[in-house]
Design a protein around this ligand. Structure first.
Ligand SMILES: O[C@H](COCc1ccccc1F)CN1CCCC1
Length: 333
């Protein structure tokens, strides 16, 4: 079995939304596929009206296949301070033609203000490891872990794009979506994330002088649910040193740049193969009519780097569980 679903970017690629059908008859919700968390939760008919602002709500009472998981509840908080909680149903879930008939669908009772104001986001589909699922008393499996046995090959792939729709595929590596070889690197799943090491980085200076790659690598997570690339302070400083007019603006929460700056490319290396984030991707969004917010920011107080969409959209990425050790594959495209 294999399938493919479209990942459509919201403004500035702040996140990508993908249609998921839930229940009988199918209720289609647009979810944020998040490889940085492991709960599939949805806006639901159980929420107070005041917490819903245009989102599509899952209504288990309208699904003949919905079954409440007695005594189960969930409560999740994210790195950006947002949160949600509720109760749990099992129901049929279909993503791009790949289906599982008793997926844990976590129906929200409460969502934080950030989710209420995010009108097109109907919930999340977690794709990190099931060890960090928040359902108690019995942890639930991610959609990928549930469908993995049925897939032609135990992978899912992300082909996210700059300001245009891309795809999430399950059970297939579509060779038309990348060029050259796929470079694989081992993942350490012990924190529940797709954690991997980069062997180096380099900055293509505005004057086309490249800063030599940093000898030591650093570890980070591949996180489709994070917008920006959050990297070690030293790396971030080395990058913006190359951008005239760049400044660390605490009031904006990080580095800003002149919107008309010609930004250098940023290269990261995986097992010695380099992948280029074009400078254009690193002009994330305007904060006023001439100042823009940088797409590379500091990973301070997280303790590891977060390779979010600004980085992932520069590659074809394979989230691979075909072996006992999970792997990430990166290819140019
Ligand atoms: O909140 C996340 C961004 O958090 C980044 C992060 C990941 C893992 C550990 C610490 C972190 F700060 C983005 N939201 C997730 C759901 C909607 C957007």
């Amino acid at each position: 079995d294999s399938g493919s679903a479209t990942a459509t970017p919201e403004q500035y690629d702040i996140q990508y939304l993908t249609p998921v059908s839930i229940g009988t008859p199918p209720q289609t919700l647009n979810l944020d596929f998040d490889s940085g968390s492991s709960d599939l939760w949805v806006f639901s008919s159980l929420q107070p009206k005041s917490s819903v602002n245009g989102q599509t709500q899952y209504d288990p009472s309208k699904s003949s296949s919905a079954k409440n998981v007695s005594g189960a509840s969930w409560d999740i908080s994210y790195g950006d301070g947002s949160s949600s909680n509720g109760i749990v149903f099992k129901d049929v879930v279909n993503v791009g033609g790949v289906s599982f008939d008793s997926q844990a669908v976590e129906a929200a009772r409460t969502v934080s203000a950030q989710f209420t104001s995010d009108t097109n986001n109907d919930g999340l589909l977690g794709l990190a490891f099931s060890t960090i699922n928040t359902v108690t008393p019995t942890k639930q499996k991610t959609f990928f872990d549930n469908v993995a046995p049925s897939l032609d090959t135990k992978v899912w792939t992300a082909d996210l794009k700059y300001h245009e729709p891309g795809t999430y595929d399950f059970g297939v590596i579509d060779d038309s979506k990348y060029t050259g070889d796929i470079t694989y690197t081992d993942v350490d799943p012990s924190d529940g994330y797709w954690t991997f090491s980069t062997t180096g980085y380099s900055v293509g200076g505005a004057k086309n002088s490249t800063i030599k790659a940093r000898a030591a690598g650093f570890s980070g997570i591949a996180d489709t649910g994070t917008t920006l690339a959050l990297l070690p302070t030293e790396v971030v400083n080395a990058y913006y040193k190359e951008v005239s007019g760049a400044k660390l603006d605490r009031s904006q929460g990080g580095y800003t740049i002149p919107c008309d700056a010609t930004l250098p490319d940023f290269k990261f290396e995986v097992e010695g193969t380099s992948f280029t984030i074009p400078g254009q991707y690193i002009n994330y969004a305007p904060v006023d009519d001439s100042t823009c917010f940088g797409g590379i920011q500091d990973d301070a107080d997280i303790g590891f780097a977060i390779w979010g969409d600004v980085a992932l959209k520069a590659a074809f990425v394979v989230f691979d569980q075909t072996q006992s050790t999970p792997r990430l594959g990166f290819a140019n495209k």
